[in-house]
Design a protein around this ligand. Structure first.
Ligand code: GRF
Length: 201
């Protein structure tokens, strides 16, 4: 199965998935890395790994749907079976979600449904929770809302700052995202309403 990874920034999760493909943990191929930001470091990571990249500037498109249609066209050309959002800072249109129903994943740096949105780590820290951690979920047309695939907990320490907590949350992200992709590629995820069942083999 071919995978596409969509990124806007650093791409440390992309790197974790590249490493997992290269080590054979994920038996698949990353056919394309797409970015809406020409300066994303993720693009450097992709090039270094010999993966094709595509940069699209949202300003060149009339609407969100037109932008998404262009991505979907490119994904279909590459026969992509799984779309992985890794720090992709855009909401997907319902067109995109319909085209790839139950085949788009996202990672969020808090335990959903808590602390949705772009500041999941800061918001959890400021709220004063004792545990937080990343969530991998399927994407539907509401923000940070689709069925949950994997979550991992991280304890919040009294002296944590946003930076120290982010470091530990990211370390867990880099474990569960490759794990979720592997489960999908092996056909072991089954979506039943809001619940995702994971089979052993
Ligand atoms: C991660 O914290 C992820 O949870 C959130 O965006 C960040 C992406 O980081 N969706 P990176 O670009 O993978 O380093």
């Amino acid at each position: 199965m071919n995978i596409a990874v969509l990124c806007s920034g650093n791409g440390s999760n992309l790197q974790a998935i590249i490493d997992a493909v290269e080590s054979g943990y994920i038996k698949s191929r990353i056919a394309l890395v797409v970015s809406d930001n020409k300066n994303a470091f993720a693009l450097e990571r992709a090039k270094k790994a010999g993966i094709e990249t595509l940069i699209l500037n949202p300003k060149d498109f009339k609407s969100r749907e037109d932008f998404d249609k262009e991505i979907v066209r490119e994904l279909k050309k590459k026969d992509v079976g799984l779309v992985v959002l890794a720090g992709f800072m855009r909401l997907m249109s319902s067109y995109f979600v319909k085209e790839y129903k139950d085949r788009i994943m996202n990672i969020h740096p808090a335990l959903l449904p808590s602390f949705k949105g772009t500041h999941g780590i800061k918001d959890a820290l400021e709220y004063g929770v004792r545990v937080t951690g990343p969530t991998v979920h399927f994407v539907d047309d509401k923000l940070d809302h689709g069925a949950i695939i994997l979550q991992r907990t991280v304890e919040v320490k009294d002296d944590d700052t946003e930076e120290t907590l982010l470091e530990r949350v990211h370390a867990e992200e880099h474990k569960i995202y490759p794990e979720a992709v592997k489960l999908f590629v092996e056909g072991r995820l089954k979506v039943e309403g809001r619940r995702v069942k994971i089979s052993n083999q």
